[in-house]
Structures are given as C-alpha cells and as structure tokens.
Design a protein around this ligand. Sequence first.
Ligand code: ASP
Length: 357
Amino acid sequence: MLLAGPVGTANAASTATITAAAAAAPAAAKPNVVVLATGGTIAGAGASTINSATYTAAKVPVDKLLAGLPELAQVANVRGEQVFQIASESFTNDNLLALAQRVSALSKQADVDGIVVTHGTDTLAETAYFLSLTVHTDKPIAVVGSMRPGTALSADGALNLVNAVSVAASADARGKGVFVTMNDEINTARDVNKDVNIQTGAFKSQWGPLGMVVEGKNYWFRAPAKRHTNQSEFNIDKLTQLPQVDIVYAYGSVQPTGVNALVQSGAKAIIHAGTGNGSVADRMVKPLQDARNQGVIVVRASRVPYGFVLRNAEQPDDKYDWVVAHDMRPEKARILTMLALSKGASTQELQRMFMEY
Ligand code: ASP
C-alpha cells in the first residue's frame, strides 16, 4: 500500500538515481597487501605428485607463486618481494633482523594495508613471535607456510596463502597483532608452535586459536591477552645484531659440557630446556650458578611443550637470580631474551617481560 501511487513512482525515480550514481562511482578500492617471501616448503617443489614429504624447499620464486593464484585478485591488490629463498631451519638472527626491518618499513607506508610473510614451517613460529615483538603497527601481518610443496597431491600452500592474504587485507584483523594462518586457523604468533612434523594440521596454540578464516571471511573467538606490535617496548629499527643467546637441552645423564661451552663461547644468556616444570639436574645447578655469577643470564624453560614453568617451584630462582620462561618454549624464550638483552634488561625486567609478552 505505502509504495502505491505517487510515492511508488518517487521511490522508483530515486532508486534509478542511486543506481546511476553507484554505476558512476569507482568500485571500492581493494586493500593493498605485500607478500614477503622467505622460502620454505610453500615455495618447495618435489619430483612427483606423490612426494608430499620428499622435496626441495625454497625453489619457487614469489612472483610465480602469486601468478598461480588468480583468486588473490578478488581479495586484494597483491605484490610480492623475494626477501630470502631459504629453508627456515637455516634462518639466522641476521635474517630475523632484516625481515623485521623490512616488515616495519612497509607497515609505515600509506599504500600498504597488510603484510604476508611466507616462511618455512620449521622456525615459522619463532619468526612470527619476533615480528609481533618488533613491528609497531596496527596493520595485520600474517605469517604462513605449508606442510606440502605445491607439486604434491592435496598441497596446502595455495589455500594457506589465499587465507593469509585475506586475513592481512581485513579491517577486522587490525590491531590484533601478528598471525600464523595455517590450516584455516588464525593463531596468534605468541602462542602458536609447530607441533606435528608431517601433517597439514601441524600448528597448534596451547591456549587455542584466535579464530578461523573460511572462504575469505574471518571468524574471531578470542583476542590476544599479551602485549604485541603497537604495545611492544622493543625496537629493532636501528639494531644491527642480536646478542648471543643459546639453549641447552636436559635429558637423563646430562652433563655440564654444553653449559660450560656456551659460557666459554660468549653466550649472554642460556635457556635451559629443563625436564618437567623446568627442572634442573643436581649436577647442572652449580654450573648454571657459576654461569650466572659470570654475568650470563639463566632462563629456566621446559622441554615439555604444554603447561608453564612456575617461578621458585623446582628451583629457588629468587636466590639464584634466575628467570623462568613461563609458557614460552625454549626457542621462543630465546627470541624474547635476545630482544630484552639488546635493550639492557635486568633479570627482574626480563622476568616481567616473560609475564607480559
Ligand atoms: N624445512 C622446511 C622449512 O622450514 C619445512 C617447511 O617449510 O615445511 O623451510
């Protein structure tokens, strides 16, 4: 009834005007996403489709990867940069710094809305954590890899990469930090680790993923609880190197050889990947105390992947001036400790950082 007569006519006229205006208006600009490629299996190639696990990583250049995915154009204006072409087990501190400085520079550009880093899966979680601590931005950064090379049956890299670009291009991902987007999940860089070494569902967060990305849409279920990106106190823009921080692994019959060698070689901190709740074998206590007395920072982490190390529980950390890694795996404890020492943090400050980041 309301649409009948002159009112209906007027509505039809204004609808026509709106339609014409919409046709004349430029299409909404697509977000600009830069893909920084570093190598890994996502750029890998095998001899046959059967080779899901036997192949060469870091082979395919980024432009070829992107050219093979016309779907990306529906999501964003995407351009690639080849930063490195390496397998991630060979990543060094210099690689970390160079990559983070490039991501940081891009994140300051007005014509960049989001950044994707393609990376081998072996040390992907370490790099993602490093970026989350060092890049000061609200813009989404998604780090992504694949467990199978693109040449294999059921290769996972194509969808992982499209999902990463889609998350990096999303307004609703802004301010949520650095993500690892694998297997349709959106994980926060801090929490995620590679927990399986042969399946596509390889990455797990002890505290659960933040959400999922499905057909270009993000579904969020929780937010990161720890400091990252814009709230981070770390700055690597002018850093040219990171301090030497190494890891010693605990096991039955372990001897102090490793600790002593690291102190000799100039390590500034030693992450002790202890058993259980960061336990330290009786014969290792004195060498670690000696290390601390010589100025080396001692961090008690655990080789057990889940849970967290409690301060002053297995060892009197206050008395020995040791630090606990909380829920950080040894290799991620190394990342945070390097950044902390690069700004001259004391053991008290480092302990605070382990609770906050
Ligand atoms: N070793 C490879 C790498 O980390 C494994 C992978 O990418 O899945 O580069």
